[in-house]
Write a protein that binds this ligand. Structure first.
Ligand SMILES: O=C(CO)[C@@H](O)[C@H](O)COP(=O)(O)O
Length: 240
């Protein structure tokens, strides 16, 4: 199981530059093994082209390295805090987290404004605006920046469903996305960057562009993610 997860996390990290989501090493992907209660994450600062499954780092939910010769991503405490939150809020639903500094989503994070849901492209992926988590206090920055980042995100989702809205912007920093697998969390990061870019273009054309009507938003999200979803192909029945 952990070897499969190392391979999936390595592949997902290598998708970041391919998806135009990162500059240099400004991003990281992790995966979570709920049975072992361990996460696998990329090593810090290693160029994506040099990543291998063997170079991935296995970490417990307190951030302690369990397996691996390299230092884990500097954002590991944020990933660990989020997995602890997801395990309690939506057990078994989220096992991949991506953090990037993709340009349009980061522009909204730096502008300290959520990504508004202005159209169906957005609603297909995110069931409402992509929310903004508060900035960190000076004490938080001094006492443990990355863990505090996780706390700020958890606070923001006190009344939001992380499965329906698998993304957040940390004010002054950049986006985090998540999904059922590491690959799904990267797909949500790609979708976030695309809808943020379209939102920026829309607001340039019309600064007072109205939010998408609620019934249209619900319809578009439900057709892909709801109980009666009919987008794509039905999951093939597992072999008997
Ligand atoms: O948020 C940041 C920097 O602000 C991080 O995303 C780093 O840019 C990537 O760090 P590593 O995962 O390589 O440690």
């Amino acid at each position: 199981m952990l070897q499969d997860l190392r391979e999936a996390v390595c592949e997902a990290n290598r998708e970041l530059p391919a998806g135009g989501l990162v500059t240099l090493t400004w991003g990281n992907v992790s995966g979570f093994d709920a049975d072992a209660s361990l996460l696998v994450i990329k090593p810090s600062g290693v160029p994506y082209g040099k990543l291998t499954p063997a170079s991935m780092v296995v970490v417990d939910l307190d951030g302690g390295v369990v397996e691996g010769d390299l230092r884990p991503s500097s954002d590991t405490p944020t990933h660990a805090r989020l997995y602890r939150f997801f395990a309690g809020r939506c057990p078994g639903r989220i096992a991949g987290i991506t953090h990037t500094h993709s340009a349009s989503a980061t522009a909204f994070a730096q502008a300290r404004t959520p990504v508004p849901c202005l159209g169906t492209t957005h609603a297909d992926h995110f069931h409402g605006p992509v929310p903004l988590a508060r900035p960190l206090t000076a004490d938080e920055v001094d006492d443990g920046y990355e863990a505090a980042t996780g706390e700020a995100i958890v606070e923001r989702f006190a009344d939001l469903d992380p499965v329906a809205t698998p993304a957040v912007l940390l004010a002054g920093h950049a986006p985090f996305t998540w999904g059922a697998t590491p690959a799904a969390s990267v797909e949500n990061a790609v979708a976030l960057e695309a809808v943020a870019a379209v939102a920026l273009a829309t607001l340039r054309l019309r600064p007072d562009a109205p939010p998408l009507e609620r019934h249209v938003l619900d319809k578009h999200h439900d057709r892909k993610h709801g109980a009666g979803a009919y987008y794509g192909q039905p999951a093939s029945p597992s072999p008997s």
